[in-house]
Design a protein around this ligand. Structure first.
Ligand code: TPP
Length: 179
């Protein structure tokens, strides 16, 4: 069953506060990471994962009909980890081991190790191209899922981002949103 019901605003604000707390605590404990790049996207993550925008199912991360969220600015992954943990993709206790040897929560997101991570990112500029792959795949397979890609403002200076934007326009991809 997809999780896309929207809780009341006060509840969303409470969850946003816990995400900010997780981000500060985990990056402080690790002594590294990118807290500001993570905290700055909390409201967007809340809207997507708790506000009813993303069609997803934390108990079935590979559900073929799920909407995709790709964090192209992968260094902001403490924010993504916090929202995925609060959503129940993996236990909150995982957050305690951010960037520790052996932890699935690496300094940049690893799609092979973390449920809910759609793409391994960190080398800036690649996420929109990956999103185009998902959007074209949806079209080919006749599925109606939507793909969202979060890009940093500095990242958007990468040529690949603009090549991807032109490609999305060429194929008329109305199932893809760049944030
Ligand atoms: C291809 C590439 N070049 C350089 C870096 C190093 N780097 C990591 S974060 C960052 C700045 C990103 O700024 P922005 O996209 O605005 O994101 P913000 O953290 O401000 O949200 C850079 C240059 C990288 N990860 N990938």
């Amino acid at each position: 069953m997809a999780t896309n019901k929207r809780p009341p605003s006060a509840e969303l604000e409470r969850i946003a506060q816990s995400l900010r707390r997780h981000i500060i605590e985990m990056t402080t404990r690790a002594g590294s990471g990118h807290p500001s790049s993570s905290v700055s996207m909390v409201e967007i993550l809340i809207a997507l994962y708790f506000g009813g925008i993303l069609r997803h199912n934390p108990s079935e991360p590979d559900w073929p009909e799920r909407d995709r969220f790709i964090l192209s600015k992968g260094h902001g992954c403490p924010g993504l980890y916090a929202v995925l943990a609060e959503r129940g993709y993996f236990p909150l206790s995982w957050l305690e081991d951010l960037r520790q040897l052996g932890s699935p929560l690496e300094g940049h997101p690893n799609m092979l190790r973390v449920p809910g991570v759609e793409a391994s990112t960190g080398s800036l500029g690649q996420g929109l191209s990956i999103g185009i792959g998902h959007a074209l795949a949806a079209r080919l397979e006749g599925r109606d899922y939507h793909t969202y890609v979060m890009i940093g403002d500095g990242e958007s200076q990468q040529g690949q981002v603009w090549e991807a934007a032109m490609t999305a326009a060429k194929y008329g991809l109305d199932n893809l949103t760049a944030i």
